[in-house]
Design a protein around this ligand. Structure first.
Ligand code: 3PG
Ligand code: CO
Length: 555
């Protein structure tokens, strides 16, 4: 019988009010003009650095430190918040899918066998993000999946692409579509009827999250399932090139299109009897489509048709909801997260962000689990995000509202832990708008200040850190670290996350004397934060957690 009882920390007191602040997309990098955090006025975060090395340090937030396949993998919010909340490093979706493909096991398990039933008679559809970003999906995994599907008898294949430009450079989608088209034409030479059927930019089509805007999913549904879209093309490379030129949309915001035959008829609507695979491994931006595909009862938009399909996700996206019920690879089994432990020890928790990051501090934090562990002890507050805009138009986002809600929660003295995600650096950083990202960073810093002031008033503690880098470097760099130029001689703006480490700082009037960062965990990463926080709540961390970052010096 598993016990969640934590041992008392020998030196640290309980019942302090602790603010746990995650700045999204806030890494540490050399100061230059593409470092928006450096350029922005960020007095609060700047002042924390003076506390190094005892109260401020850097921790790893990318690659193997967060369970990704290699050190070339940038961090992201899913794996970052998983590590922060779970206190251990789990092999993540990207890696689990790699393994399952390499061993061929993916083709033997239940999910694949389920979709295989219709290979002889019907179409197999693949829907997902087409890039090598490695955050939500990877093109090489799709390629292996296509190959394996054909080897196992599929005769008719349709791919519904979502162009990226967010985890990879804007404009790179053309190259990815060319690669895919080339693969599909090779399949056609072998007598397989294989084509791209529809597409659209990930931020405008399909990949919304946390129910911010169902219209996004509907646009995708119309193209993918109904075969209807405002733009029609004969092939996908032409579609992406023309739409970029003519609508001036970037990869992220490409309008939806369908591929049509010589008679103008969509080549790949999804119909009864077909199989569908959503090939993203990451959950947050596939859950809404998964619901539309899977749920019998559904009222978020008019589906017009709800085809009877065999649907499998690359992974199961929500373990609590068991969504989808069929999947190709089992997700990481993240259990006994810090949130669950703390609740069992009576630690009352308040978690808050705005919609676009709400699931990060709740769902991802709790090991990809929806809902409360104990609703008597927890309160999760979602502040509605602006929707239908790109965040460079509103770079302040809801930072101050999050700051205010956190402040009120602190001053209410009802909670021991007040946990927030402040999204600005990340969400605005992803737009590639350097000026707006500077404004965003300043707003995030102000929100931190607001929370610190409240912590000061109640004699509390703060821990401030980040989930991965983004705003601290907005330019693609060559091997020497110099900004890279494109063929027109313009610097290539980096919309994606980075490989940079992130800061962590501790402080506040409630921090017990002598508490400082140890110097014997130099490689510490996000997974070390959970034990640190558990200590600051007055408990010893579970023995299998990554070690705490702090010690208590005798003075
Ligand atoms: C997104 O989904 O917006 C990006 O691909 C990754 O951003 P996040 O990991 O910060 O959410
Ligand atoms: Co991001």
């Amino acid at each position: 019988e598993l016990s969640f009882k934590l041992a008392d920390h020998p030196k640290l007191p309980k019942d302090k009010i602790l603010a746990l602040i995650v700045l999204d997309g806030w890494g540490e990098a050399n100061p230059d003009k593409y470092n928006c955090i450096h350029v922005a006025e960020t007095p609060t975060m700047d002042s924390l650095k003076q506390g190094a090395p005892e109260k401020w340090r850097l921790i790893r937030a990318h690659g193997t430190a967060v369970g990704l396949p290699s050190e070339d993998d940038m961090g992201n919010s899913e794996v970052g918040h998983n590590a922060l909340g779970a206190g251990r490093i789990y092999a993540q979706g990207a890696k689990l899918v790699d393994k399952a493909l390499a061993s061929g096991k993916i083709f033997e398990d239940e999910g694949f066998n389920y979709i295989k039933e219709c290979f002889q008679t019907n179409t197999v559809h693949f829907i997902g993000l087409l890039s090598d970003g490695g955050v939500h999906s990877r093109l090489d995994q799709l390629q292996l999946l296509l190959k394996g599907t054909v080897e196992r008898g599929a005769k008719r294949i349709r791919v519904h692409i979502l162009t990226d430009g967010r985890d990879v450079l804007d404009g790179s989608s053309i190259g990815f579509v060319e690669t895919l088209e080339n693969d599909l034409s090779q399949l056609r030479e072998k007598g397989i009827d294989a084509q791209v059927a529809s597409g659209g930019g990930r931020m405008y089509v399909t990949m919304d999250r946390y129910e911010n805007d169902w219209e996004v999913v509907k646009r995708g549904w119309d193209a993918q399932v109904l075969g209807e879209a405002p733009y029609k093309f004969r092939n996908a490379v032409e579609a992406v090139k023309k739409l970029r030129e003519e609508t001036k949309a970037n990869d992220q915001y490409l309008p939806p299109f369908v591929i049509v035959d010589e008679n103008g008829k969509a080549v790949g609507p999804i119909v009864d009897g077909d199989a569908v695979v959503t090939f993203n491994f990451r959950a947050d931006r596939m859950t809404m489509l998964a619901k539309a595909l899977e749920y019998e009862k559904f009222d978020h938009f008019d589906r017009v048709r709800h085809p009877k399909i065999r649907y499998a996700g690359m992974l199961q996206y929500d373990g609590e909801l068991k969504l989808p019920s069929h999947y190709l690879v089992s997700p990481p089994e993240i259990e006994r997260t810090s949130g669950e432990y703390l609740v069992h020890n009576g630690v009352r928790t308040f978690a808050c962000s705005e919609t676009v990051k709400f699931g990060h501090v709740t769902f991802f934090w709790n090991g990809n689990r929806s809902g409360y562990f104990n609703s008597e002890l927890e309160e999760y507050v979602e502040i509605p995000s602006d929707s239908g805009i790109s965040f460079n138009e509103q770079p302040l986002m809801k930072a101050l509202e999050i700051g205010e809600r956190a402040r009120d929660a602190i001053l209410s003295r009802k909670f021991h832990q007040i946990r927030v995600n402040i999204p600005n650096g990340d969400m605005v950083g992803h737009t590639g708008d350097v000026e707006a990202t500077v404004v965003a960073c300043k707003a995030a810093d102000k929100a931190v200040k607001m929370i610190f002031d409240a912590i000061e008033q109640v004699g509390g503690i703060y821990v401030v850190t980040a989930d991965h880098g983004n705003a601290e470097d907005m330019v693609k760099r060559d091997k020497k670290g110099q900004p890279q130029l494109d063929k027109d001689g313009k610097v290539q703006i980096l919309t994606s996350h980075t490989l940079q480490p992130v800061p962590i700082a501790i402080g506040g009037p409630g921090l017990a004397p002598g508490v400082r960062f140890r110097n014997d965990v130099p490689d510490g990463g996000l997974a070390n934060v959970a034990a640190t926080v558990i200590n600051l709540h007055g408990y010893e961390a579970p023995s299998d957690y990554e070690p705490t970052l702090i010690e208590v010096a005798d003075n």
